[in-house]
Design a protein around this ligand. Structure first.
Ligand code: P6P
Length: 333
């Protein structure tokens, strides 16, 4: 079989006008190659002494795992000198990371959750890296938070790397979604899942049911209808999954369908949801929409939201369009 590596795929995409430019191609390759190294650290786990807590906290108020910090630093170190970026932002850093004066600035902004689902690491459940690429303001030096606050529809590219039974990169630049599997022998990502599509019909839903008593009425009703199965208004039974790793949930939905939900709940009325807009919801929504699915905050399209803060949170309903439309409609009632 003629293997199409990530490098070849990106060059072909650039030639066909499906990737903005060579700088974006090189940026995606830099991120992908860094994720190979992150995956190695994740896979080595206790053998490399990288499990457990870092003893620090992040802007989210979460205890950082050693690998959260390691993955974050690996992405900073691999990208700061390349001349592809004007700045970076991460779930693990309060403020944007400016490109050091010693290095040339580039036209893109890179945002990432370096190790999403990291609470799963110590129990050997899949985790992942999520990234989003925005364009920096033309010719501006001294990038500020405001320069990152662009709607999800402006993303130049988005992707994730899932460190699971296989290490897979899933990527979009606005011309469909393509999946690549890491060949550990060569260290290269190889195209294995061209033009991924979210199956039209959902048979599974993903939500943390332990929060049910905290949900708003539309979500209570929607999930109640799923749970009532054949005898209820949906007329069919549903299965449920909750991995507590968004990357794993989104990948499953891309592969076999379903809907993922992390709604606002009453535990903290000031919080619209748990997940972060800029480096979780927006990149994942871009991917899901490019694969024919939908992504809503319950009231509208996530990608249309005007960000107000680098670490702002948002409610997320994403996956099969039929399901997302249903739960969004219930919010309008
Ligand atoms: P809970 C991981 O911490 C994460 O940000 C997502 O990857 C995941 O879907 C969600 O939070 C899990 O949240 O409240 O079920 O632990």
């Amino acid at each position: 079989m003629n293997r199409i590596t990530l490098s070849r795929f990106l060059l072909d995409a650039e030639r066909q006008g499906q990737l903005a430019d060579a700088t974006l191609r090189e940026l995606i390759l830099t991120v992908a190659n860094t994720c190979v190294a992150i995956g190695d650290a994740v896979n080595r786990g206790a053998l490399a002494g990288v499990l457990g807590e870092a003893g620090t906290g992040n802007v989210q108020g979460e205890d950082q795992k050693k690998l959260d910090v390691i993955a974050n630093d690996m992405l900073l170190e691999a990208n700061e000198w390349t001349g592809q970026l004007a700045a970076m932002a991460s779930e693990e850093m309060d403020d944007p990371y400016p490109i050091p004066a010693a290095y040339p600035q580039g036209p893109y902004l890179l945002l990432f959750d370096p190790l999403d689902g990291s609470s799963n690491i110590d129990v050997n459940i899949s985790v992942g890296t999520i990234f989003s690429v925005l364009r920096a303001p033309e010719g501006k030096t001294g990038i500020e938070v405001a320069d990152f606050l662009q709607r999800g529809t402006t993303q130049a590219a988005a992707g994730y790397v899932l460190y699971g039974p296989q290490t897979m990169l899933v990527l979009t630049s606005g011309h469909g979604v393509n999946g690549f599997t890491l060949d550990h022998g060569t260290g290269q990502f190889v195209l294995t899942h061209p033009l991924m599509r979210v199956p039209e019909t959902a048979k599974e839903f993903a939500i943390n049911m332990s929060n049910q008593r905290h949900w708003e009425a539309p979500v209570q009703r929607y999930v109640g209808e799923l749970l009532s199965g054949k005898t209820g208004p949906r007329g069919k039974d549903f299965n449920m999954r909750w991995v507590a790793s968004m990357v794993a949930e989104v990948h499953r939905i891309l592969c076999r369908g379903g809907v993922f939900m992390y709604p606002k709940d009453s535990r903290d009325p000031s919080r619209p949801g748990k997940l972060r807009l800029m480096y979780e919801a927006n990149p994942m929504s871009f991917i899901i929409e490019q694969a024919g699915g939908a992504a809503s905050n319950g009231h509208g399209r996530i990608l249309d939201l005007q960000p107000e803060g680098l670490h702002q949170r948002v409610a997320v309903f994403l996956g099969a369009r039929e399901e997302v439309d249903l739960v969004t409609a219930l919010h309008a009632d």
